[in-house]
Write a protein that binds this ligand. Structure first.
Ligand SMILES: *Cc1c(COP(=O)(O)O)cnc(C)c1O
Length: 365
């Protein structure tokens, strides 16, 4: 099969989604499946829905439309605050949006009324990570104003941590969010459907806390796709961490000097390379490049070391001197690599579906 390509194991994704739904669900926490890292890939989205995640969340309207156009049936949540210029489309395409600006909610209200829709929103609360969110001190006042807006339903509150400031979603943060939820419900006689405590970074809080307070929802992407939590970056027990494998192909193998020779100028990206040594080494070139992925975000399955790359080439040292032209080299990916590769139109997407039973056997034997 042609390269470069990404092997997408829908069976492993399904397994992870199922396990996480069961784990969080066992203590009253529902999860939204976050599809942004796969750009709303319809086959992956379909897999999540089949695995029991009936709410899909994405940061981009274009990804949500892609899933809807492919016939995916789910409730759709827009994670990134709607831009003022797109509120009309948001009201038409999205069931629930995450919001932190009154002017935006006012516009949502206007278009919801025009289209005879009741648009649900989750109000995002700033708890220190400093990406999106309403300052807690003005949350009650915001709720009061939003309650008066026709066509808008406050479906819940949420927070997002570990995305910008590296702030962990610990029990203190979850207690704060829960207390705010309690205040809103008491003061405004509202019932909040979602008290959404965060993302894949909430795993360690979840497994180490006896009291989950009022948190009843998480928005999970990375744990489903890469099998890890995101505070310490560790694998979650029993989940697959290799549902996605990038495959590139060797297009040149030669013994070449370590040091480039001639008058040394800037490389294609304006850096002046410096080379220390004069010995030769076994070098290979792979057909993947910076247009597709940041090369240091890839982890090879064999003993090679990345020397560098350009738009379309990855140059590696072949320590064991085993590679030949035409060989396939496999890599696991981190979140950023997965995002870029799924976005790259020049990386072929190849879907595999292995039955879940076979995985259970391979786990226990
Ligand atoms: C991306 C995102 C998530 C999911 O994050 P993961 O680390 O992939 O679980 C959740 N909520 C918001 C608001 C996001 O932008």
């Amino acid at each position: 099969m042609e390269t470069p390509r990404i092997e997408i194991d829908l069976g492993k994704i399904s397994y992870n989604a199922n396990k996480l739904k069961g784990l969080y669900g066992s203590r009253g926490i529902s999860i939204m499946g976050v599809t942004k890292v796969v750009c709303g890939d319809p086959k992956v989205a379909e897999t999540l829905v089949r695995s029991g995640l009936n709410i899909l969340a994405d940061s981009r309207l274009s990804n949500i439309k892609r899933m809807q156009d492919a016939g995916i049936r789910a409730r759709f949540v827009l994670l990134r605050s709607p831009a003022l210029s797109q509120v009309e489309s948001v009201v038409k395409h999205v069931d629930i949006s995450l919001n932190s600006e009154l002017v935006v909610i006012e516009e949502l209200s206007k278009y919801a009324l025009q289209n005879n829709i009741r648009h649900k929103i989750i109000l995002m609360v700033e708890l220190g990570d400093l990406r999106e969110g309403i300052i807690p001190e003005v949350l009650l006042d915001t709720v009061k104003k939003v309650k008066k807006m026709k066509g808008i339903v406050i479906a819940g509150i949420g927070t997002n941590l570990t995305c910008y400031g590296g702030v962990a979603p610990d029990s203190e943060k979850m207690r704060t969010l829960s207390a705010l939820a309690r205040d809103i419900e008491d003061i405004f006689n509202l019932e909040l459907e979602f008290i959404s405590g965060g993302n894949s970074a909430n795993y360690l809080w979840f497994v180490s806390s006896e009291n989950l307070e009022r948190i009843n929802n998480l928005r999970i992407g990375e744990s489903i796709f890469l099998g890890c939590e995101t505070v310490e970056g560790k694998p979650i027990p029993l989940l697959f961490t290799d549902a996605f494998i990038l495959v590139a192909e060797v297009i040149e193998v030669k013994d070449k000097p370590l040091k480039s020779y001639g008058t040394i100028n800037q490389d294609a990206f304006g850096n002046t390379p410096e080379f220390a040594d004069t010995k030769t080494m076994r070098r290979a070139i792979l057909n993947i490049g910076l247009q597709d992925v940041i090369l240091s975000d890839l982890k090879p399955s064999i003993n090679i070391g990345a020397l560098g790359g350009s738009s379309d080439h990855m140059i590696v040292e072949d320590f064991d001197q085993v590679l030949k032209v035409g060989d396939e080299v496999m890599f696991t990916l981190n979140y950023e690599a997965l995002l870029r590769v799924m976005t790259s139109s020049s990386v072929i997407k190849n879907y595999n579906q292995v039955k879940e039973k076979q995985y259970i056997q391979s786990f226990y034997h």
